[in-house]
Ligand binder design. Sequence first.
Ligand SMILES: [Cu+2]
Length: 307
Amino acid sequence: MRVIRASDIDHRISRPRGFSGAIALCIAALAAVGLIDTAGANTSNGYNLPMGVTDLSQNMYALHMEVFWICVGIAVVVFGVMIYSMVTFRHSKGAIPDTTMVHSTKVEIIWTIIPVIILVVMAVPAADLILKQEDTRNSELSIRVTGFQWKWQYQYMDAGEGVDFFSTLKQDSNFARQLGSGVDPKTVPNYLLDVDKPLVIPSGTKVRLLLTSMDVIHAWWVPDFGAKRSAIPGYVNELWFKVESGKEGIYRGQCAALCGRDHGFMPVVVDVRTPDDFKKWVEEQKAASKQAAAPADVPPPSAQVLN
Ligand SMILES: [Cu+2]
């Protein structure tokens, strides 16, 4: 492996000079960490929140960016005034402290009111979004999600009534993770982020999850849905999301509560399909479970040989 030394880095960075150079450097740094969207949606580079594929996740992203830029504005103003004051009114230049600023009622009122206004500006949309997150009314499909050490159970209601299965870590990941397996995890596709049976949901549908647990506290989390909630034993938590039509595909997440030894081995995988494909999938699942439940061909008692 090649080691990069500080001396190597120095000559790679072209150092822009002056004020415009500093601005260019700042913009480049912000673009590098994904805070300035230089290439369209979902380019967070892992440093920023993903925009996601649900109405809620996109609202969360917008709110997060709004608050972020308010913070940037505050930082620029506060540090700007500080640095300007320290440089312009330094002792060596003969500056004399202005004692009238101490216990000035006018200043106290100004620096109380301005932060209050800023907090209200941030709190109003935040409260609005929290209320939206909690509004599980008019959901079109409910699924009971139960956490186990260390797997998920999905039990469908409404249109999927009767569909019930466990979702566990995929066999190839499970094998590769064993001590001395000899398998390089890098060769396993979606290592530790794949399951044997994903949760299947329809797009364009308000899906409500009813979360609980059979042992310890788990947390069901899919970042692209802006959805994360604890699954607590003896308690039912609600969560909803609606994946936009046209955003069908596989979405991955993990258990987000430290739930024991194999906490890192109970991923969440959601397969979003069109409503028609979802209907077909439900029918297939029901047919398969009917077939599994049907009694095996047993010869009538008269044909059995009694010893
Ligand atoms: Cu867990």
